[in-house]
Design a protein around this ligand. Structure first.
Ligand SMILES: [Zn+2]
Length: 351
């Protein structure tokens, strides 16, 4: 599953890889550094049907990536250290990366944490309150699991009937792309209706899936006490906030911070917009995050961090370390900033 933007980046990556042009562009395009986005870190499953593969990397790749970044002279900084550096307006030091992990998966503790400890690498964990207490839905994993089990789908998505055989990995991947982008085009109610219907046909236990994949509050409390961790909020139920009315959108942001404070006694000073693309978080959310007093908020819009971001702490871009191409060359091309200079037509800020 890929947006046109991701496909454009991937096509551009091939060109940069072949030509090495990103190395020439780098001094002009890489900015001060980047915020890297990760989701799951776990051993490869080897399943040919893996529509969410872009959202996971192996522990080995994380380990080699951190070794590589240190070797290239990158500072691995906490989010607060970067905000302080941007706010001070001091001369740029060495290039930096910030490591961020979304959603609050168990594997952050089981697989990523030992590696982050070994590299003395600070990181931010953005947790969704409803995943911790098992009440919110990991709908993208439910959809995957439903299609893994079903041999045929027949479902109305956004008024369009989708009927497909769903036996081979290829058929499942095609059905997934069709349904995934169909629900992404609609509102939250339609998305949950479609996923709920398919999950029910396939006997997927949504609550169990969440409990198995995500840290509960005691796991998050233990993580939050770790010296390398900055804990951030990632909404109550992981909706695309821009699709909600203003009041509900603000409630998701404020109440997730309140839930974290209530459950584990930690103030989450940073926010991460669920899904985080322009259709999921826009200027209204950026203002709300600022008004609610969050110190920063991150999107999934791709881009580098520039000095100008000192005025846009609530619309920070991130680079997805995509499980679909786990290579150090791919990361070097991303960190050069060259793909985004092209994609954003030289604009440094997308706020
Ligand atoms: Zn998320």
């Amino acid at each position: 599953m890929a947006t046109w933007r991701e496909r454009a980046i991937r096509a551009g990556m091939g060109l940069f890889h072949a030509s090495g042009a990103h190395r020439l562009a780098e001094p002009f395009t890489r900015g001060l550094g980047a915020i890297l986005m990760f989701h799951r870190v776990r051993p490869a499953t080897g399943d040919a049907f893996a529509p969410n593969a872009g959202l996971e990397i192996t522990p080995q790749f994380l380990d080699s990536l951190l070794t590589h970044l240190r070797g290239r002279g990158y500072d691995i900084l906490s989010l607060d250290a970067v905000l302080a550096r941007l706010g001070s307006g001091e001369a740029p030091g060495r290039p930096f990366v910030v490591l961020t992990f979304d959603d609050g998966y168990n594997d952050l503790v089981d697989h990523a944490l030992p590696i982050l400890e070994r590299h003395r690498a600070p990181f931010t964990a953005y947790v969704t309150a409803g995943f911790a207490d098992g009440t919110a839905r990991l709908w993208w994993l439910e959809l995957e699991e439903a299609l893994r089990r079903l041999a045929r789908v027949d479902i109305i998505v956004g008024g369009r009937r989708i009927v497909r055989d769903c036996r081979s990995a290829r058929e499942k991947s095609e059905a997934h792309a069709d349904i995934y982008w169909g629900v992404r085009a609609g509102d939250e109610t339609e998305l949950m209706r479609v996923v709920t219907a398919l999950a029910s046909q396939a006997n997927v236990d949504a609550g169990r899936l969440t409990r198995e994949a995500c840290l509960d509050w005691s796991g998050i409390a233990a993580l939050a006490r770790h010296e390398l961790v900055t804990l951030g909020a990632h909404s109550l139920t992981h909706p695309r906030l821009a699709k909600l009315d203003a009041q509900e959108s603000a409630r998701e942001m404020a109440e997730s911070r309140a839930a974290i404070a209530r459950e584990i006694g930690v103030e989450a000073r940073h926010f991460c917009y669920p899904v985080g693309d322009p259709t999921s978080a826009g200027p209204r959310e950026f203002s709300t995050a600022r008004e609610l007093g969050f110190a920063s908020a991150v999107t999934t819009r791709p881009g580098m961090i520039f000095p100008e971001h000192r005025d846009h702490f609530h619309a920070l871009p991130r680079l997805s370390v995509n499980g679909g191409h786990q290579s150090l060359t791919a990361v070097d091309i991303l960190l050069s900033g060259a793909p985004f200079a092209l994609l954003n037509r030289g604009r440094r800020i997308a706020a």
